[in-house]
Design a protein around this ligand. Structure first.
Ligand SMILES: Cc1ncc(COP(=O)(O)O)c(C=O)c1O
Length: 476
């Protein structure tokens, strides 16, 4: 027999003084209410408002282990997230709310002053001559390739271990994606493999600064120069990272001191430089402002950046239906705009970007120390030529069952993700007789053994300790 009973939990919610749904739901000790053969409706309150109804069956499966409720994390009732955008928003809420309302009141939703202001503030932050905002990171890559004038059949070299967007736009434009393997320690494109993949049809190299760290740009730029290739940096995961060149080039003519900073400060600090921002070293950089990115908006957004005046003009035109004068269309373009609401949010978050990177690095340091020298864990390499802004904190597991580790962590309410489970050359969307399983051994090994742990700007030490202890408990 099933009885229906309504339990009013207002006292509990008030006692816990919880403000958000995710926190409040965790605060309900559901086990307390389960009696064999009964079914309950639990009302979850935020203050006096019912924010969730939950049916609790009498025989709960997957009961939470006891230690969960006694662990400090759960006594604090904090939900662990891969990326905690709510907590980040709470810290800047008054600024964000005001900026959003200001845009709404102005009704300048498209191409308004917020977009132009964001553009110039990002140019200043990056030390680059031109930022071209657009609708998302995938569009940024597509616009870059269109603006560079690539023709069907042209070959573009990129890494086999990356997010699909990088290769997707190459294929969409009827260009030929030429995949090459990555380095096992930095997860970024292997320069030696690039050199071997160049043919007379090669037009560009697309290094992806994966997980927040730059690829070896010195080596890549050297190859590009030798073969006269464009370099399109996919900086979707590494905005704000500094790249340090071992051999800086002299300042380019026509650039102001700030703009030429990329040329004169690329050296590693001990060599006298501050580094150049990721995405400003090659021909063009393409980034994403997807909400979970290091500089994320509250929807979709992206941008290209370049020091090349002609390329910037062309990219602006391509992104705007191929027109530079309204209703005069010189080329087939696309409609790809960053909207004013997103720009207003990004202007505020840009002011915090370095602080966000520092928070991510602090969390990464904690993980690094805790996992150092573990026989089953390889921690992320910190390359000498790049900062790491830890878009992801990704471990390589050795002789450990990744699926079971993930399940174990999930049982402790710790999310973990696999970036990426399938190499590009084995994706169904890219059937290519040139490639078969075994062609990119490093990528294939990584796809089988990487695991990314929660990484964001709001991780405190208690949470990190809980995550680390849980991983070590499973791997002991
Ligand atoms: C490496 C990389 N490139 C490109 C993109 C595409 O960005 P968007 O989602 O804004 O189109 C992403 C987004 O996840 C990415 O991680």
């Amino acid at each position: 027999m099933v009885l229906s009973l309504t339990l009013y939990c207002a006292w509990l919610a008030l006692k816990q003084k919880r403000k958000t749904e995710s926190v409040t739901t965790c605060a309900i000790p559901l086990e307390k209410f389960t009696i064999s053969g009964l079914q309950f409706t639990v009302l979850i309150f935020n203050g006096t408002k019912v924010i969730k109804r939950q049916i609790v069956n009498s025989k709960p499966v997957n009961r939470k282990p006891k230690y969960l409720s006694s662990h400090p994390i759960f006594s604090e009732m904090k939900k662990i997230m891969m990326v905690d955008l709510a907590a980040q928003y709470q810290k800047i809420q008054p600024e964000i709310d005001k900026a959003v309302l200001d845009v709404i009141h102005s009704t300048a939703f498209i191409n308004g002053p917020e977009v132009k202001n964001f553009q110039s503030e990002l140019e200043k932050y990056l030390g680059v001559k031109h930022v071209i905002p657009c609708a998302n990171g995938t569009d940024a890559l597509q616009i870059a390739m269109m603006a560079l004038g690539f023709q069907p059949g042209d070959e573009v070299i990129t890494a086999s271990f990356t997010y699909v967007a990088t290769a997707e736009v190459i294929a969409l434009l009827k260009l030929k994606p030429v995949l090459v393997d990555v380095l096992p320690d930095t997860f970024c494109i292997d320069p030696k493999a690039i050199e071997a993949a160049i043919t007379p049809k090669t037009k560009a190299i697309v290094p992806v600064h994966l997980f927040g760290q730059c690829a070896d740009m010195d080596a890549i730029m050297k190859i590009a120069k030798k073969h006269n290739l464009a370099v399109i940096e996919d900086v979707a995961q590494a905005i704000g990272a500094n790249y340090y060149s071992a051999s800086p080039t002299p300042p380019k003519e026509g650039l102001s001191t700030a703009q030429s900073s990329n040329e004169i400060v690329m050296q590693h600090p001990p060599l006298g430089g501050r580094g150049a921002k990721a995405g400003t070293i090659g021909t063009v950089g393409c980034t994403s402002f997807f909400p979970s990115k290091n500089l994320g908006c509250y929807g979709d957004g992206g941008a290209l950046y370049t020091n090349d005046d002609a390329l910037a003009k062309k990219a602006r035109m391509v992104a705007n239906h191929g027109q530079s004068v309204q209703y005069y269309h010189d080329e087939i373009g696309v409609n790809s705009r960053l909207d004013s609401l997103q720009a207003a949010i990004l202007r505020i978050k840009l002011r915090h970007l370095d602080e966000y990177a520092a928070a991510r690095r602090k969390a990464a340091d904690y993980y690094d120390k805790a996992f150092a020298n573990h026989p089953k864990i390889v921690t992320p390499k910190h390359a000498s030529y790049s900062d790491h802004v830890f878009h992801q904190y990704t471990l390589v597991l050795k002789n450990a069952d990744r699926t079971r580790l993930r399940e174990f962590l999930a049982s402790k309410e710790i999310p973990a993700m696999i970036y990426y489970p399938v190499p590009l050359h084995m994706q169904k969307a890219f059937p290519d007789p040139r490639y078969k399983e075994g062609d990119f051994p490093v990528t294939e090994m990584l796809c089988k053994s990487v695991i990314s742990l929660p990484m964001h700007t709001e991780l405190d030490e208690d949470t990190l300790k809980y995550i680390v202890d849980s991983v070590l408990e499973f791997l002991k």
